[in-house]
Each structure stands twice: as C-alpha cells, then as structure tokens.
Design a protein around this ligand. Structure first.
Ligand code: AMP
Length: 249
C-alpha cells in the first residue's frame, strides 16, 4: 500500500500578509514560509497509517520553486520515505497541480492520495476534487477520521450539522480537515536523517504538463478598515444608539 501526500510551501499562518503597493498581488518577499498546515495533517495521517502497518511507503510531492525542497525535507523528517519535487517557477493553478499530481501518479501508482483540504495562501479548495475527477477516482474531502478496512478507505467527513462516513474503493483521494489529527513535533535527529532520504527532481515538461496560466489576477486589495467599537454603559444606552445612531431598530 503506497500513499502519496501533496505538500505545498505557503506563507506561514502566523504572518500577516501585505498587499503590494501596485495591488498586483500579496508581497511574500522576506516572509516566513512553511508547509501548508492542512498538508502537515495529511503527512501526519500517512505516517500514522504506516506506523499502524496499513501503509508501507509514503511519497511526499511538492510542486513549486527551488525552496519547495525545504517543505519536502520537513515531510521526510515527519516520516515520509522519499520525496518528489516538481520544480517550476510558474504560478500554479489548482488545475495545473491536479494534472501534475496525476502525471506523478502515473509513474508511482499510489493507492491513497492524501492532500490538504485547502492551501491557506490562495484558499482555493479545488485540487483534491480536480485530481479525483482527472483520475476518475472516488474522493473523501474534509476528512476528520480515516480508517483502512478490507481494501477500502473509510473516511468520516465534516459536513454541515454533523459527520458522514464514506467507504471509498482504492485508489482514492482524501483531503485532510483540521480535526483529523495533531501533527507531531519534528525532532532534530529526524531532521538530520531526512537530509539523507531520496528526493527526486522533475519538471512539468518531464511530466508532459503545460503550466501556462488560465487565470489572471486582476487586483488584490486589503480588506476595508473597520471602525473601532464603543462600550455602552447600559441596555437603555444601547437601545438609544441602535435607534438614533445606527438606525437599525
Ligand atoms: P488548494 O486546492 O490550492 O486549496 O490546495 C489543496 C491541496 O492541494 C493542498 O492542501 C495540497 O495538499 C495540494 N496542493 C496544492 N498546491 C500544491 C503544490 N504546489 N504542491 C503540492 N501540493 C499542492
């Protein structure tokens, strides 16, 4: 049983991003970058499945610039066995990523694809769904529990007002939600050991995928500044302000 985990290098979730002065994009020069938090959860889940004897190989894949290698080394330190870096400076859209992952899968034939539910930079939440469609494979998105049972993967999903459990035939695509697990803290010896694990380099051309843009960003803007609130002294004052200032009652 082989698991393929997709890990994206994104702006760290603690960073407050700023919009470039010309409004063309956000400015990510000199900001801390990390593995997408949902991808960390996906890697953790793959490692737990391996520890439980359900998976015997974990391949981490990242697509992006040179530094995506760092993200792959983190995945290797967490417990992935080997890594594939599809190196490109192109601005990848979810459809490109899904096509590239499909092409990697054609070489690797994984049984289980684990992705994050969404990348916190573009908030697209599209890649897992597109990959499943391109592979003609079943999908379990927003997973909060995952079990391997008799050649199927059982995925419990967070849905409005509750949970739903699906049994998916393999190969299947699963995207990790926040409550699936809590990723482990990576220890120094594992970081050192990860440096020696295999990391293969490929390009979109090697995989026969065209990564020319289909979508153009027209404008990026900061959210409107909100005015500070006020504290009222009594219910009567609140009612008076709602009536006469806000004019909502
Ligand atoms: P998105 O559809 O962009 O919100 O991304 C959903 C998931 O797809 C992420 O959590 C990753 O698991 C995977 N993914 C998206 N972009 C990349 C990338 N450039 N490299 C590796 N995985 C990616």
């Amino acid at each position: 049983m082989k698991a393929l985990v997709a890990v994206k290098r994104v702006v760290d979730y603690n960073v407050k991003v700023r919009v470039k002065a010309d409004g063309s994009d956000v400015d990510i020069g000199n900001v801390k970058m990390s593995m997408n938090p949902f991808d960390e959860i996906a890697v953790e889940e793959a490692v737990r499945l391996k520890e439980a004897g359900k998976v015997n190989e974990i391949v981490a894949v990242s697509l992006g610039g040179k530094k995506s290698e760092e993200t792959l080394r983190t995945a290797l330190a967490m417990g992935a066995d080997r890594a594939i870096h599809v190196e490109t400076d192109a601005k990848l859209e979810p459809l490109h990523v899904a096509k590239l992952l499909k092409a990697v899968a054609a070489k690797e034939s994984p049984d289980l694809f684990l992705l994050g539910k969404q990348a916190i930079d573009d908030d697209a939440n599209q890649t897992a769904q597109m990959l499943a469609a391109l592979l003609n494979a079943p999908q379990g998105t927003f997973a909060c529990k995952l079990e391997m049972k008799d050649g199927e993967v059982w995925v419990t999903r967070e849905i409005d007002g509750g949970e739903e459990t699906l049994a998916l035939k393999l190969p299947a695509v699963v995207s990790a939600d926040l409550r699936l697990n809590e990723p482990r803290f990576v220890k120094l010896p594992n970081i050192m050991a990860a440096k020696k694990k295999p990391l293969e380099k490929l390009s979109p051309a090697d995989l026969g995928v065209d990564v020319a843009a289909n979508v153009k960003v027209l404008k990026v803007a900061e959210p409107k500044q909100r005015q500070a609130g006020v504290k009222v002294g009594s219910v009567a004052e609140l009612v008076e302000k709602l009536k006469n200032e806000a004019k909502v009652i």
